[in-house]
Design a protein around this ligand. Structure first.
Ligand code: SF4
Length: 367
């Protein structure tokens, strides 16, 4: 087996990314087979438990309150609603439920208590539970761990340099800090990014340098292709070429051999042949369900047909790591600390974000 390296340079990663396609595919598929069962793919269901109205300015995101998109916002779902959705996801073959809330960061209070109860409830259904709730403190990460959380998602999105062209309301270092807080618990880390936001290939390599440097490397790395939503600052971006996606997946697989590489947003734009090439290149996780938070995704039946065609099996839950125990709220050894950490707010101007915000204002004034 290849040794897991944390000292990749951007140039080394670029050299891999730019290899002749056949060499790249062969190398990635070889490593994939050394570390994983090549015919098994982990299937997650992403559930938007609180949609829209987000105070951040992520340039790709239709949930940012400052842009005008046709997203219908909703308050935090109830534990009962989440349980019903989780049961449905389990019945259709998902081993993991990932709950996403459009928050800047987690705040101690009733909503977080509800999320903890959702985690307990889903873990008791013997499904892996993942949350993506924005920045979290170590205490909040510990409380999630105690509730039975299996994974926490917090994406780096892109390279540190290009990040400044995407988001101005929180810094890259906060992303790393959140990942570090999660690492102090037994919760696994899910962190990846998005391609097709106007970045250079060097930025894709830069993001992989930052992820590979983490020790241990994230257990899961989602690779998203931008879904350019009307009204967001990135509405004009061209769809990502499938070859770029294949190269990115293969490079991620080579640089982080033991990680589950997740083919995430943008699958509706890919043919089955394109997705099959991604699986061959080392992707071994997908999101199922007809919505990815707010953007379209292939429906579960179409995915199961594709699995049958390719002879792929959905991965069983807790294959990579044992199921965490759930500690009930009354037995918890952690309490809400009511911390108010000073997460950064760089506040620089990103022209396209400003333009989209201005456009949104004009639309609202015209109404
Ligand atoms: S990506 Fe998350 S933090 Fe950024 S605007 Fe969207 S919901 Fe908010």
């Amino acid at each position: 087996m290849n040794v897991i390296r944390h000292d990749w340079t951007k140039q080394e990663i670029l050299d891999i990314y730019n290899k002749p396609m056949m060499d790249l595919l062969y190398e990635a598929a070889t490593i994939h087979r050394q570390y994983h069962d090549q015919n098994t793919v982990q299937v997650s269901t992403l559930l938007s438990i609180k949609t829209g109205g987000c105070p951040e300015d992520c340039g790709y995101c239709p949930q940012a309150a400052r842009y005008h998109t046709d997203i219908e916002g909703n308050d935090l779902m109830s534990v009962r609603q989440v349980k019903a959705q989780a049961l449905r996801a389990k019945a259709s073959g998902s081993s993991r439920v990932c709950m996403g809330a459009a928050w800047r960061n987690v705040k101690d209070g009733q909503e977080f208590e509800d999320v903890l109860e959702m985690v307990r409830t889903i873990n008791k259904l013997d499904m892996e539970v993942c949350c993506t709730l924005g920045m979290i403190t170590e205490n909040q990460a510990q409380r999630l761990a105690e509730a039975g959380l299996y994974a926490y998602n917090h994406n780096l999105d892109t390279s540190e340099e290009y990040y400044k062209e995407v988001i101005s309301t929180r810094g890259y270092e906060d992303r790393l800090k959140t990942i570090d807080n999660v690492r102090k618990t037994n919760v696994t880390v899910c962190s990846g990014g998005i391609i097709g936001m106007g970045e250079e290939v060097a930025d894709r390599a830069g993001m992989l340098v930052a992820l590979a440097k983490l020790s241990p490397q994230p257990e899961s790395v989602p690779i998203n292709a931008l879904v350019a939503v009307e009204g967001t600052p990135m509405e004009e971006e061209k769809p990502v070429a499938i070859w770029d996606m294949i190269r990115m997946v293969a490079t991620t697989r080579i640089v982080m051999p033991n990680t589950q590489v997740r083919l995430s947003a943008g699958r509706t734009e890919m043919t089955r042949e394109g997705q099959a090439m991604c699986f061959f290149a080392g992707a071994n996780s997908i999101f199922a369900g007809d919505k990815l938070l707010t953007t379209p995704n292939p429906d579960v039946n179409a995915d199961m047909e594709m699995f049958k065609l390719l002879g792929l099996q959905p991965q069983k839950p807790f294959v990579k790591k044992a199921q965490p125990e759930t500690v009930e709220a009354e037995d918890s050894k952690y309490e809400a600390l009511g911390e108010k950490p000073k997460w950064t707010r760089p506040g620089h101007t990103i022209d396209r974000n400003e333009t989209a915000k201005q456009k949104a204002k004009e639309i609202i004034e015209d109404k």
